[in-house]
Design a protein around this ligand. Sequence first.
Ligand SMILES: NC(=O)c1ccc[n+]([C@@H]2O[C@H](COP(=O)([O-])OP(=O)(O)OC[C@H]3O[C@@H](n4cnc5c(N)ncnc54)[C@H](O)[C@@H]3O)[C@@H](O)[C@H]2O)c1
Length: 256
Amino acid sequence: MGCSDEGFGLQGRVAVVTGAASGIGFGCARFLSEMGASVALFDVDGEKGAAAAAELGPKARFVKVDVRSEESCRKGVAEAKRAFGRIDALVNCAGVIRRRTVVDLTEAEWDLVLDVGLKGIFLVSKFVVPIMAEQGGGSIVNIGSGWGVKGGPKAVAYCAAKGGTVNMTRAMAIDHGPQNIRVNCVCPGDVDTPLLRDEGRQLGMDPQKWLAESADRPIHRVGQPLDIAKAVYFLVSDLSPWVSGSIVVVDGGGTA
Ligand SMILES: NC(=O)c1ccc[n+]([C@@H]2O[C@H](COP(=O)([O-])OP(=O)(O)OC[C@H]3O[C@@H](n4cnc5c(N)ncnc54)[C@H](O)[C@@H]3O)[C@@H](O)[C@H]2O)c1
């Protein structure tokens, strides 16, 4: 029996990945593409997004989308469907962080973190789910965080967005399981991306000390985007046909 018989490949599948110009989103887009999928890379950063899609080759396409905007999400999803004919997988990965307490945080920062990280999942899913339902099914992976399952210091809006992402995943899995749409959440620990390095800057930390602290976990290293992409791949592939509503922590044992 070949690998594809066991549900390993993604040949003929189409994936949409948000926040795909950078970090974990790009890592997911690249790995799903390497496993055979066509990928629509959604991001608000036009320059980085176009370069990311070009790096993945002809089966990848950049679509400029601001996940905070219903109209932008509607158009982006329609463009992906037009380009590839179907959508089998959605990875909701766009996110931003502001390292502040409720006292330090501004209202605009609260809105930004919640709009990108939580409302964005709602808006993109709103337009993808009907397409998946019409096709007979699909798989959605929401990217949460270790701080979706426990709290963290000076990150109150981010913790709210990620806690919301975790329970929203369960609610979506309940609503759309009958349409054969699986919905799961991957919660990464510290992964070496521009977001992680920016967190160190926001806290005024020395960059090397910050990365060393981030590696302080049972599997003693910082995560790489590929560590997360492999878990996402499992969840969007046919390797996980009965996995839905799950919260998969991928953090080198950090929250153990
Ligand atoms: N890096 C980590 O340590 C870590 C840990 C846990 C969870 N996460 C989560 O993983 C996800 C990806 O984070 P990352 O570390 O790869 O960050 P990143 O900054 O490298 O990438 C985030 C991407 O999201 C895009 N984006 C921001 N606002 C957007 C918007 N309005 N519309 C569309 N795209 C937008 C950015 O342009 C960027 O390309 C986030 O949800 C983050 O919260 C990251």
